[in-house]
Design a protein around this ligand. Structure first.
Ligand code: SAH
Length: 348
């Protein structure tokens, strides 16, 4: 709920409008999951809220740890759908600890990327704004249990299951609550939205007046090769135009993600064409992701040598390139893999 909705809820429970902010402070600011502990609300208001509302609609049904700072949660929604949220802890070169979560926006996905486990079953449904944010509340519980020095997220990436911009309104509502001072008060510059590249929605997000980071999944250097991996490809020219527009409106650097698929898009010639493609782009960042193996995809992970040659080519051309470290291979870390496993277990 946003602040207006919380106000209505509080008033319907015999509370005063100003108490909506107190409720928001408990729920989003302190991530308190028991009405009864919201001690500056009257006993009556707490009881009324308790009777009419639930603070969580989903439950954590699986938890897998990689032993290298990565934990993946399998979360069951009220209607039995399963989504995933991942927590990653890492200490950076300068000693700062970074705690990033990767959250989902849909159960399943309609984009159909050939190398993606979430795409294999198609779209089940959009998540509500509440379901998107509830993932953060489950992670908050997990982080309290971990009892580490850094006890809250430093970064949120909307890069889990689903295509965020395909669920635009709910995504925007969730991000608004995440960013708002009365909400989670989480800085927009610490939030990244990753998209397969829906040009109109990229433009729409650019016009909201926020400074969220945008990551675009490229994966191909021309439309033929891109469409072979992403059947719903909207067209590279349109996507890159929209990305430029995003940069102009927000002044945030755009990141290009590039999943390297063995023998499909990981050769030297392709690397050179990728350089040409991103070279004119203002301060382009390229994140290379060696494909995580996905069963029944018929696609192969790239060789270490291919990854190195590809990376070096970009680096020599002056592109700001990073190879995404493989984390949590033991936690079914590729997009949608844990869910596939959980669904197979429950159907079999
Ligand atoms: N739909 C959004 C966000 C979810 S996917 C998008 O397309 O960006 C997040 C990233 O993981 C995307 O770049 C996606 O292409 C990549 N990805 C999905 N499955 C993968 C796999 N098996 N190996 C490597 N990268 C994968």
């Amino acid at each position: 709920m946003n602040l207006d909705e919380l106000r209505e809820a509080v008033v319907a429970c015999n509370g005063k409008p100003f108490q909506a902010k107190q409720l928001a402070q408990w729920l989003y600011g302190k991530r308190e999951l028991e009405f009864d502990r919201m001690t500056n609300l009257s006993k009556e208001l707490r009881n009324n809220l308790q009777q009419r509302y639930r603070l969580l609609t989903s439950t954590v049904v699986a938890r897998e740890e990689s032993g290298e700072g990565t934990t993946k949660l399998g979360i069951r929604l009220h209607d039995g759908m399963i989504i995933e949220a991942v927590l990653m802890r890492e200490t950076r070169a300068d000693g700062a600890e970074r705690v990033t979560t990767c959250i989902s926006t849909q159960a399943g996905c309609a984009m159909g990327c050939r190398f993606c486990a979430s795409g294999q079953l198609g779209l089940k449904r959009h998540l509500s704004a509440g379901e998107i944010l509830e993932q953060l509340l489950h992670l908050s519980v997990l982080m309290r249990e971990q009892a580490q020095a850094v006890d809250w997220l430093t970064n949120v990436v909307v890069m889990g299951m689903g295509e965020p911009l395909h669920n635009f309104d709910n995504l925007l509502k969730a991000l608004t609550i995440l960013n708002a001072e009365w909400g989670f008060h989480f800085g927009a510059r610490r939030v990244t939205v990753s998209t397969v590249g829906l040009p109109d929605r990229i433009r729409q997000l650019a016009e909201q007046g926020y400074q969220f980071n945008l990551a675009i999944s490229l994966h191909g250097v021309d439309d033929a090769s891109r469409t072979a991996l992403i059947p719903t490809n909207a067209g590279l020219a349109k996507i890159l135009d929209a990305a430029k527009y995003y940069f102009e409106q927000t002044r945030r650097e755009v990141t290009f993600e590039y999943t390297l698929v063995g023998g499909k898009n990981d050769d030297l010639d392709t690397a050179q064409r990728l350089v040409e493609l991103v070279k004119d782009f203002p301060r382009a960042n390229v994140n290379l992701i060696p494909m995580n193996p996905v069963e029944n995809s018929g696609l192969e992970t790239p060789t270490t040598e291919a990854v190195n040659v590809f990376t070096e080519e970009l680096r020599l051309a002056g592109v700001n390139v990073h190879v995404r470290r493989r984390r949590g291979r033991r936690v079914q870390a590729a997009c949608g893999q844990l869910r596939l496993k959980l669904e197979e277990a429950s159907s079999g």
